[in-house]
Design a protein. Sequence first.
Length: 292
Amino acid sequence: MPEPAPVSLRSSEGLGWQGFAATLLGIRPGTYRVPAMEAHRVNVHVGAPVRANCVCDGRRYSRIQAHGDADVIPAGLPGMWTDDADCRILRIAISDAFVRSIGEQVGVPAAQIAPHLQWRDARVHHLAAALGAELEAEDTSDALYAESLCTALVVRLLNSSRDVAVSAAASARALAPRVAARVIDYIEANLHQRLTLAELAALTGLSTPHFKVLFRATLGVPVHRYVVQRRVERAKVLLLEGRRSASQIALEVGFAHQSHMTQWMQRLLGVAPREIIRAGRAAAAVADTLAA
């Protein structure tokens, strides 16, 4: 009898994530032999507890897998898992290049992910849940948000989160005004393009984790949120002008499509693009009347 195969229920494919991916898998009862893979994997149990057995890293485990429990399987490490009942797993796959890039930035040039089985870590649970929510949401956030989450997850996996936070707080409490202005000007000039944490951090000469901390301390919001807010604000100005269609404006300010822009406008402004267009037309009509 063939081994059961996991079923993909949700996937980050098509969301523009680079260097990492996430998949919500439906798992049937049975034994699964998972071969060694090129990517590092964080498998997080989702839902009701399930009795499970696994053989990995030369060790055998028998446990009750509860919601939020994580198995961290480094690249190149195979394993075998047996589940007694239906369950769901959020699999986060992270490329070794992504891990090494973050490792170099936090002072761990020979970064290696250590295996953890049934790891109950509140921070990992929170970050994984946020990535999982992006798969479920109809109004997915900018890819910059997912990159921020995965960066924080890698830092945690490298067991250096505390060191990064301490060093960031010790060296500075905020970006210098001139540096902050450089980043803001760059964002304004490139809103129409895909922005990454790495390129923004490079403008400051800081590591990506350090940059994230200081940007939020300086601007009051995370990097991804600031970028989305600026896209929404620019789109509003263009919609009020009434010279372009909503679909053209969405692409011009960096949204993947019009519905993405609509979702964020409703979330941040409480109105849809069509309402802004109507307001612009009404204001133009009043101005024409006064000028007549």
